[in-house]
Design a protein around this ligand. Sequence first.
Ligand code: PLP
Length: 356
Amino acid sequence: MKKHNYSAGPCILPQEVFEKSAQAILNFNDSGLSILEISHRSKDFVAVMDEARALALELLGLQGKGFHALFLHGGASLEFLMVPYNLMKVNGKAAYLDTGTWANSAIKEAKHFGETVVVASSKAENYNHIPTGYTVPSDADYFHCTSNNTIFGTQMKEFPNLEIPMVCDMSSDIFSRSLDFSKFDLIYAGAQKNMGPAGTTLVVVKEEILGKSGRTIPNMLDYVQHIEKESMYNTPAVFPVYASLLTLQWLKNLGGIAAIEKVNEAKANLLYTEIDRNPLFKGTAVAEFRSNMNATFLLNDEALAPTFDKLWKDAGISGLPGHRSVGGYRASMYNAMPLESVQVLVNVMKELEARS
Ligand SMILES: *Cc1c(COP(=O)(O)O)cnc(C)c1O
């Protein structure tokens, strides 16, 4: 039976990426060797890394603008501390927008390095919206925000114009919508939400912001080292980088971010329209900040949960339960999810209404 994977991450990837990755495990580039056993210094793998880095910049429209793309280890969580290590000056401070669990984790790590100023927080409303109207201190070393709040289902639709460097955790909506990415000075994203399997993290950084912290940074945590070594300071996550490249190629062939953005909007519209129309359900995020990637919603009557859960499971849907801090349901509709899968969920919601 066809499965519709709504998991928040690791998550759905294009079927052709699974097929090509499986083939590369058996026989990579007709070499007679598996991608899992070749040297990361081999010509064939260096070409993979180079293309993945170049394609990431190309899709974001950042080629030739002073940015580097890196594929690092440690997930987005390691970037929570690499960012302040590299960018916060000794005795400096950094500004953070608190929009949820992940933003909070980033703030906690930054506190190891200096003062953090939380410019605004939506914590009191259980992060159901993105704060607006805040001011960012102009003497902060950088401003950090989270473009999409995977757990709470909110998404930043606008970003401030700042004189100081802007850093963004785009783990769960990178490559999903058109933005002026040159507004940002550092973007990071764990691969496993919208780009590939777990095990590698994309970091896109503007070179001119680096080397100014006055800190001595261990090599593995130093962006400058990783740029100099072209993302090969140590053995990179060979397979996750390869599978990420395949996903980026898939996206480019579809027409890039502008093309997938239309699909993502259609999926989100279809589901939110049903959440709003169907009297059995309600959304948890304030409408103007709803995420096009992760839609969070509740049943008005919890007693219907066993019936609803059986209906969606029988329809081949998986990964729908919400995060424990919100409850209810969360439908993650990353790039690789087709509109038809969202229609299956909407049909199940209508079916529940018809039976009630
Ligand atoms: C999942 C997620 C993270 C954590 O990513 P890891 O790669 O597991 O460290 C951080 N930020 C956001 C927005 C996420 O969705």
